[in-house]
Design a binder for this molecule. Structure first.
Ligand code: PLP
Length: 394
């Protein structure tokens, strides 16, 4: 079925002028990869959000894989991660042998916050993953000092929250590691895929930047004879993990810098539409909105809504929305219900209940299509359709 409003649409459609910029750059470029535009994008990103040591990568999950390798986990090391997030927040840690401990969400903000993390900390906790889901900055910041004192590594998944702030400070800047995504659906995209990581520790940065590009590390033995050997030592920075190629290309980096210069405007356009939708939804019986804590701001990435009705009726709402031509999504199935994370989850009807707020929110949530090209009329149509769908419930 072709939807009038498909869920996954381009977050921000590229302006025609960018293609002239790319064409011009093509005439003078000396390489299509690992060149001056990548360095420029990294320093632009760093400066814009007050981050340290940025590394451009092919997508956010490749960045998370680099971070996971850098943790150098030992047997039994635990990583705390919200079960209510996209799978990519967590699975790279499985690949390096972590034991993942799932945190619940706050029933009002729908994010894991200070209490949810604190409850799961043990003396085996190596790191926590803070996810600013839907674009909203998590309040986990309130326990960062405590985490740092205990030597717990803080990783922020800012894939959906570029430009969000906590206490006026952009997300990602207080963490040991943070990652951003420029996938097609995100607020800005580097031609469909792309990501950025920020790394606080200089030694980690020095290793990770090499690990991004096949682990290349120069030999010092024949400094004047670069051809001896032509390829550098791919195993020099890590003894136990394998390198990868996680590079983005120069055209993506040009687009990245260009969109970054427009990010405030992009966020403010989204904000207007998001507020408009939320105003229409406020005062609707049975519809609950994500609560925005006093010190948090959002990048207005997605528009999740909780429908406070008997969960046996939720599928009917999705069906009705489908009849109005609107493709809604259910985000995010608790990760402990996936076979990837729990081998007993062998079929699609597996319905493990583990965390009260996570389970209830997933059962009752609906995510409407939300992207920049929706007009105010489109938004009005979608919200009215949702209200009608609920009123028509049998
Ligand atoms: C919360 C979260 N983390 C990580 C990712 C992975 O991003 P990418 O597609 O750039 O690898 C996504 C992508 O949707 C996401 O939403």
């Amino acid at each position: 079925m072709k939807y009038r409003y498909p869920f996954a649409a381009i977050g921000h459609r590229l302006e025609p002028e960018i293609f002239d910029i790319l064409k011009e750059a093509n005439n003078s470029m000396s390489t299509y990869t690992q060149g001056i535009y990548q360095s420029k994008f990294e320093s632009d990103f760093q400066n814009k959000f007050g981050l340290k040591n940025c590394i451009a990568v092919s997508n956010a999950v490749s960045g998370i894989e680099l971070i996971a390798s850098e943790l150098d986990l030992k047997d039994g090391d635990e990583i705390i991660c919200p079960a209510h997030t996209y799978c990519a927040s967590a699975y790279p840690f499985l690949k390096v042998g972590a034991k993942i401990i799932w945190s619940d969400i706050n029933p009002k903000t729908w994010l894991s916050g200070p209490d949810d993390y604190r409850e799961k900390i043990t003396n085996k906790t190596k790191a926590i993953i803070v996810v600013h889901l839907y674009g909203l900055a998590s309040e986990a910041y309130k326990i960062y000092d405590e985490l740092k004192e205990r030597g717990i590594i803080i990783i922020e998944d800012c894939a959906q929250s570029i430009g969000s702030k906590y206490n006026g400070i952009p997300v990602g800047s207080y963490a040991d590691f943070s990652i951003f995504s420029f996938q097609s659906h995100k607020n800005i995209s580097t031609l469909g895929e792309g990501g950025m990581i920020a790394v606080t520790d200089e030694n980690s940065f020095a290793r990770m930047i090499k690990q991004r590009h096949n682990g290349h590390t120069s030999y010092n033995i024949f400094p004047d004879q670069h051809w001896k050997p032509a390829m550098s030592d791919v195993r020099k920075c890590y003894s136990s993990s394998y390198p990868s190629n996680f590079c983005m290309n120069e055209f993506q980096a040009i687009v990245g810098s260009y969109l970054l210069s427009k990010i405030d405007e992009i966020i403010s356009i989204r904000k207007k539409k998001w507020n408009y939708a939320r105003n229409l939804l406020s005062n609707q019986p049975n519809l609950l909105l994500q609560e925005i804590p006093e010190n948090s701001t959002s990048s207005y990435h997605l528009l999740p809504i909780r429908i406070n009705i008997d969960i046996s009726l939720i599928d009917e709402v999705f069906d009705k929305m489908k009849s109005f031509g609107i493709q809604c999504a259910k985000q995010y199935q608790p990760l402990y219900r996936y076979n990837l994370f729990d081998e007993s989850a062998s079929d699609e009807t597996y319905n493990k209940k583990l965390l009260k707020n996570t389970d209830l929110f997933y059962d009752q949530m609906i995510s409407l299509p939300f992207h920049e090209s929706l007009s105010i009329n489109d938004i009005e149509y979608m919200i009215n359709s949702l209200i009608k769908s609920i009123q028509a419930l049998s």
